[in-house]
Structure formats: C-alpha cells, structure tokens
Design a binder for this molecule. Structure first.
Ligand SMILES: *Cc1c(COP(=O)(O)O)cnc(C)c1O
Length: 229
C-alpha cells in the first residue's frame, strides 16, 4: 500500500485535473463527483484517502465491501457505491448498504432490490455495454430504454454508467463517452426521467470523460496505486 502522504498527494493531483477538465467542459468543478474505486485495496488505504478529504468510495464485491466497512465504521459521512456486477442473489445484502448501485443490468435484479427496501426505492444507474463485449456486464444500448421502462417503478433510476472497451489512450474512448451522453439525452426525453448522472471515466480516461459530460468519475489506481494481487 502507498503511504498516507502519497495517497493525499495523488488525491490532490487528481482533484486538480478534474477541476481543469470540468472548466474545459464549461462546468464548475463541483459538477463532477469523485468516487475512489477501492476494490482490492486494504481498509487502511481507504482511511488514508478519507483523511485526505475523499468521501465517496466504490466497491465491486458486496462481501469485500462489507468486510472492509466494518473496519471503517468510525468514519462519518463516508458514502459507498456498488460499481461491480451484482448478482441477484446478493441483492438482499446490497439493497440497504449502498448510496447508489451503479451496475443495474436486468429486471430481475431491480425486482430483488425493491423487495428488500422498505421506504424509499433503491437509487441505481443502468450499466451500458457500449462496446458489445461478451466478457463485460451491462445492457446493450438498444435495450436500455426497455429496461428503464420495466424497472422505473421498482428502483430510482438516476442515470447511466459505462466502462468502454480497453483502449491505448483516453482519446480513443471519447466516442463511447459521447455516445453515453447522447443516449442519456435521448432516454431522458423519451422517459421523462431526469437521468442526471453519467458515471464514466477511470484512471486512464477520466479527463476525456469529463469533457464529454461525466458527473461521476470512478478512479482507483491514480489515487491508491496499483491494486495488490
Ligand atoms: C476498478 C474499477 C474502476 C477504477 O479503475 P482504475 O483504472 O483503477 O481507475 C472504475 N470502475 C469500475 C467499475 C472498476 O471496476
């Protein structure tokens, strides 16, 4: 794990790059929310980022998230998102544990999440598989409208999330980020839902994603370093 000082310095550097990219997209820096992607990283690394000012963290596996969080229960105002594929049989554990589930990809999952919530519906993003990659989860762009119609009374759909196909550099992903924004604009008009959130951009491409309209960037390695294997 990197030292707390190194994590703080990296976080400050990433924040500066986020601010500059937001200004290039004619938006205030606060319009872009930073989520620290902490899968595979120890609780101490999360604590160091929190102490340096980060408040929102994303995990990929429910059990790993809950185990680490038990060690971080003293951190106030910390917020957790689910950013990895969520199996329907984990919905009960996940439904009341995350501020936002960014990986909704089927109606069965929405039904299971809704069954395990009492008062307000679960906030979700629909994960879109823009590259048509068989190895990646997410819904093909042509099926997002149908999924939103099927789940809008079960969960609170706040927007879209994507992970573009692997690329040599961020610039190569620009077309995918623009496509997600255009899909959001179209579905927002079609559904009447505001769909304000566009979760896109990671260590290698977050500045391009912000230029194309990202409201949430999910950044791991640039802040916490390489994940331990
Ligand atoms: C791991 C992960 C990230 C962060 O990736 P980095 O390249 O480390 O910034 C973002 N989003 C998801 C869904 C991830 O699984």
């Amino acid at each position: 794990m990197l030292s707390p000082e190194e994590i703080a310095a990296r976080l400050a550097g990433v924040r500066q790059r986020i601010s500059r990219a937001a200004l290039r997209s004619q938006r205030p820096p606060e319009a872009v929310n930073l989520l620290v992607a902490s899968k595979g990283q120890p609780a101490e690394a999360i604590r160091a980022a929190y102490e340096a000012g980060a408040r929102c963290f994303g995990e990929n596996y429910v059990q790993e998230a809950l185990a680490k969080r038990a060690n971080l229960a003293d951190l106030t105002n910390i917020r957790w998102h689910m950013i990895g594929h969520l199996q329907t049989n984990k919905a009960k554990l996940a439904a009341n544990s995350f501020e936002l589930i960014q990986s909704l990809d089927c109606e069965a999952l929405a039904r299971a999440l809704s069954r395990h919530r009492k008062d307000t519906p679960c906030a979700v993003l629909v994960e879109v598989n823009l590259g048509g990659e068989a190895t990646k989860s997410g819904v093909p762009p042509g099926q997002v409208e149908h999924l939103i119609d099927a789940v809008r009374n079960l969960v609170d759909v706040r927007g879209l999330m994507t992970i573009p196909p692997p690329a040599a550099n961020g610039e190569q992903s620009r077309g995918f980020f623009a496509e997600l924004r255009e899909l959001r604009d179209r579905l927002s008009s079609a559904s009447g839902l505001s769909l304000t959130e566009l979760s896109m951009g990671m260590t290698d491409d977050f500045e391009v994603a912000i230029e194309e309209g990202a409201t949430i960037v999910r950044i791991g390695r640039a802040i916490l370093g390489e994940r331990p294997s």
